[in-house]
Write a protein that binds this ligand. Structure first.
Ligand code: ATP
Length: 332
């Protein structure tokens, strides 16, 4: 099996290499095809997202990606935004669930955040009207709105989820979220067996902080989804744990929610669990569900045992020690 590997910046190489070691130890033979993106690519090729990288993902269809930093101040557009738009990775999926052994304010949190990945305020449509005045376009189109809500319902159906919550701000952004809400209601009508609710995004933030267990699948536009994903990570133990998938109809790129963590990069302190769990989602995607399960079990076992854990998890260990434990617990 050939899969594209983008190590990325900062802690990217450390955590992706750790994940590859665990996958190899699980007995999966992957021929990793390395591609470059981020600061590394900008320095080497003068371009943070070289066309060859996009071409490779188009050829092999699936990629595991470490965090990439977009160089600031050189007129580069965000790598992640370009990657998602260029490959039509219209859905970002982030499972947010409490894990045994990780102390969190709430137990039994089990959410899936589904984020529209190509439009909204992150469409990148900004311009300066006159010096001192800029405008950003919040793009919402009916096809993209319907597509992401349908995706969320299909995900809910496949995973036996009981409810889909559409998060919006249609009371203020009457036209853009008004259209999105109208689309959400229309799609929800096709799924009478799944509960549908619509809530304003501020209300969702309040309720997530007070009782996140009341939610199930959440679907929303790009910017809201970005914020809610990090809020979700905070509810279940931090950025080092939460995986992510960017999915389209043809291609899939799996990556952790966290960034390149420049403060700990190169020190061997990064937690590889988020990217490893992203790789588990990737295994499920390529039809190796049993390997995905094996990895998730190893993660749970490692967290429960509490040996070799990295500092973000309250331990004194390193990327190397936690990786050893993850490998050891694969067979458990
Ligand atoms: P970027 O600009 O690439 O988004 P950032 O520093 O703004 O990077 P993150 O990289 O997400 O944002 O890091 C936020 C905080 O979380 C940092 O203190 C970082 O050390 C910590 N952190 C993020 N990922 C991990 C990880 N995998 N293991 C341990 N700590 C992490």
């Amino acid at each position: 099996m050939q899969i594209v590997l983008i190590e990325g910046d900062g802690i990217g190489p450390e955590v992706t290499q750790a994940a590859c070691r665990v996958i190899a130890a699980a007995g999966v033979k992957i021929d990793w095809v390395k591609a470059s993106a981020g600061m590394v690519a900008a320095e080497q090729f003068g371009e943070p997202l070289p066309d060859e990288t996009l071409e490779m993902i188009r050829r092999y269809r699936v990629a595991l990606k470490g965090p990439c930093t977009t160089p600031v101040g050189k007129g580069y557009r965000s790598i992640n935004v370009r990657l998602r738009q260029g490959l039509e990775l219209f859905a970002s999926v982030r499972p947010v669930n409490t894990l045994p052994g990780v102390k969190t304010p709430y137990e039994k949190v089990d959410l899936i955040v589904v984020r529209e990945n190509t439009e909204g305020l992150y469409a990148g449509l900004e311009h300066q009207v006159v010096p001192g005045v800029v405008e950003s376009v919040r793009l919402i189109t009916r096809p993209a709105a319907e597509r992401i809500v349908r995706f969320a319902f299909e995900l809910a159906r496949r995973h036996d989820r009981r409810m889909v919550t559409f998060c919006h701000k249609a009371d203020v952004m009457r036209l853009s979220d008004g259209l999105f809400l109208e689309c959400a209601r229309a799609v929800a009508d096709d799924y009478p067996f799944i509960q549908f609710e619509e809530k304003t995004i501020d209300n969702v933030c309040l309720e997530l902080a007070m009782d996140p267990t009341q939610y199930d699948v959440l679907v929303m536009e790009n910017l809201f989804g970005d914020v809610i994903s990090d809020l979700g990570a905070g509810l279940v133990g931090g950025l080092g744990l939460v995986p992510g998938a960017n999915l389209g109809t043809r291609y899939a790129v799996f990556e952790a929610v966290h960034g390149s963590a420049p403060d700990i990069a190169g020190k061997g302190l990064a937690n590889p669990i988020a990217i490893l769990r992203s790789a588990a989602l990737m295994m499920e995607h390529v039809g190796r569900g049993s390997v995905a399960l094996q990895i998730e079990r190893a993660v749970v076992k490692t967290l429960q045992a509490g040996v070799g854990l990295t500092r973000d998890l309250g331990g004194t260990g390193t990327t190397a020690t936690i990786t050893e434990q993850l490998i050891k617990n694969l067979g458990a």
